[in-house]
Design a protein around this ligand. Structure first.
Ligand SMILES: Cc1ncc(COP(=O)(O)O)c(C=O)c1O
Length: 360
């Protein structure tokens, strides 16, 4: 392994090149997607699309079917919804508005894409430090009120996995000109939906909530997310963006996923019981390994902190074709930290066995 620092998990192509192997042989625990194959009805829908006009025709610019499906799932007005080419595209638009409001406060350690989005518009920002020790309480009180015009919140937080209570964020709404809340991982958190800010958007024009389907369905390659905010803002963004930001396959896929309520609920139940069972198992087994301290998490990834640098462990695991998230790109963390995305029971066992082998 060369000494390249990841700024994002899931760079499987690059890692496979460095390790001189095929991506099929890698267990990617550096990005935090569900480990299941996408649902059957989604795969069937994509298969159908390939043999239909969806591939040939331009996608629906109005995105009406998908917007209506999201609207009925969340019980919010269609005018308040904008599907995007992953949450990442929507951060870029949110950042444009953030820049106009003044200085953004970004949590640190935190997801690097917010600063990338702000830099697109030469928008100002500073990072505020989250405490690096936290309890197993779920949800937790969002601990800080940075002195900025705009605040970016990730709920649950990446990379720590802390779930913030809706109440503690609600208390911040009046304080800031704009609140951008990234709920990319929230649907994966057992009982997490209660902490969502989506129900508050209707009465708070200074709120933007961003969701992603990437993690929940393991479809990072499709690129699909959505923003929920006041109709004026959504309308303005619609007029500024590319004519076809969400491709036809993603539009069809999102529509079927959000429309099939029974299958959605079944999938959520499966994901929540996996997060609960494997999260507890992983935490317990990591706690038994000397020199490593697992951190409490509400969702499908957790941080581990080493007494010493964990980069040798990461490099050893990479040679064993297991990728963990190097945390050196999170300024507040550094080389003593790694992030592990939960996998199937069999693969979590494999990760633990290899860590034990390295440590002993
Ligand atoms: C907290 C968080 N939000 C959003 C994203 C990106 O989501 P999408 O794939 O929908 O662009 C990521 C990806 O790692 C993430 O960690």
């Amino acid at each position: 392994m060369k000494g390249i620092i990841q700024t994002h998990g899931g760079n499987v192509n690059k890692e496979a090149q460095e390790l001189n192997c095929s991506i099929e042989h890698l267990l990617d625990s550096s990005s935090s997607l569900v480990p299941f194959d996408p649902p059957f009805h989604l795969r069937r829908c994509l298969h159908k699309c390939i043999n239909s006009r969806t591939l040939r025709d331009y996608p629906d610019r109005e995105q009406n079917n998908l917007i209506n499906a999201i609207s009925s799932w969340h019980c919010i007005d269609p005018e308040m919804i904008l599907p995007g080419n992953g949450a990442a595209e929507l951060f870029t638009w949110a950042a444009k508005d953030a820049g106009k409001k003044g200085i953004s406060g970004l949590p640190s350690p935190g997801f690097s894409d917010y600063s990338r989005a702000l830099r697109c518009w030469d928008a100002s920002y500073f990072e505020f430090s989250l405490p690096l020790e936290w309890s197993n309480e779920t949800p937790q009180v969002f601990p800080l009120k940075p002195n900025s015009n705009v605040i970016w919140i990730t709920n649950p937080h990446n990379p720590t996995g802390q779930l913030w209570s809706q109440k503690s964020i609600r208390d911040l709404i009046k304080r800031y000109s704009l609140i951008i809340c990234d709920e990319a991982f929230l649907p994966l958190v057992p009982n997490g939906e209660k902490q969502s800010l989506i129900p508050l958007v209707k009465t708070n024009p200074n709120l933007i909530v961003i969701r992603s389907l990437t993690k929940l369905f393991g479809i990072a390659g499709l690129r699909l997310g959505y923003a929920i905010s006041y109709p004026d803002r959504i309308d303005r963004w619609k007029k500024l963006r590319d004519p076809w930001p969400v491709n036809g396959l993603a539009l069809e896929a999102g529509t079927i996923l959000m429309n099939e309520r029974f299958l959605m609920q079944k999938w959520l139940n499966k994901v929540h019981s996996w997060v609960t069972k494997e999260g507890q198992w992983m935490y317990k087994n990591l706690s038994l390994i000397n020199g490593i301290e697992p951190q409490h998490s509400s969702c499908n990834f957790l941080l581990i902190k080493g007494d010493n640098s964990l980069i040798p462990l990461r490099n050893y695991l990479a040679k064993e074709k297991i990728l963990l998230r190097d945390c050196r790109s999170f300024k507040a963390l550094g080389e003593n930290w790694l992030r592990i995305g939960l996998q199937s029971q069999k693969n979590n066992n494999r990760i633990i066995k290899k860590i034990r082998k390295f440590i002993s």
